[in-house]
Design a protein around this ligand. Structure first.
Ligand code: K2U
Ligand code: ZN
Length: 177
């Protein structure tokens, strides 16, 4: 299956709120597989369905060094979060080349459904906790740059729009050659 197109900030579709998954079928499994392939290829450690313009509550994550521990979370909800917070230098596949510190809960307990629709709970810390919170933000239509100052966010928006224009121009020039 071809790799999926990842929406780039400030595409307004990144701010759509994802709906709960209600049908657990072969189509959902194929979407999860295609998202995982897209994530590994990017490369990234997580990807939310929102980022590939599918507005359903589905995220894939693999924070393992060997890239062999794929986790699928459907209709995830955080049922507990630590009072302890941590700041992590975050990036985002929808905001390429931009990294900045974001403060999040150091540990979270997440309740979700697996790809068969079976409920499970997972307690996470470290990079996995950061990634779960980052991806669940995507499902709520929130991109990590929204935690930054308006000045930083506007500079990032301007940079992304300029790059988009330049890429569109070079694609058009290549098409007429
Ligand atoms: O949602 C995404 O765009 C995927 C992010 C997930 C992520 C963001 C911040 C912190 C952890 C995970 C990408 O994986 S960004 C690339 C990356 C890779 C390794 C560690 C951190 C960020
Ligand atoms: Zn992201």
């Amino acid at each position: 299956m071809p790799l999926l197109n990842i929406l780039r900030y400030p595409d307004p579709r990144l701010h759509k709120v994802a709906k709960p998954v209600t049908t657990f079928d072969a189509k959902l499994k194929q979407l999860a597989e295609d998202m995982a392939e897209t994530m590994y290829e990017a490369p990234g450690v997580g990807l939310a369905a929102t980022q590939v313009d599918v507005h359903e509550q589905l995220i894939v994550i693999d924070t393992s060094d060997a890239r062999t521990d794929l986790r699928v979370f459907i209709n995830p909800e955080i049922v507990w979060a630590s009072a302890e917070m941590q700041v992590y230098e975050e990036g985002c596949l929808s905001v390429p080349g931009i990294y900045d510190g974001v403060e999040r809960h150091a540990q979270v307990r997440v309740k979700a459904l697996d790809i068969e629709g079976k409920p499970f709970e997972l307690e996470a810390d470290g990079l996995l906790a950061v990634c779960i919170q980052h991806e669940m933000d995507h499902l709520k239509g929130k991109v990590f740059v929204e935690y930054l100052s308006p000045l930083k966010r506007n500079r990032i928006k301007t940079k992304m729009l300029k790059e988009e224009r330049e890429q569109t121009k070079s694609r058009k020039q290549a098409a007429v050659r």
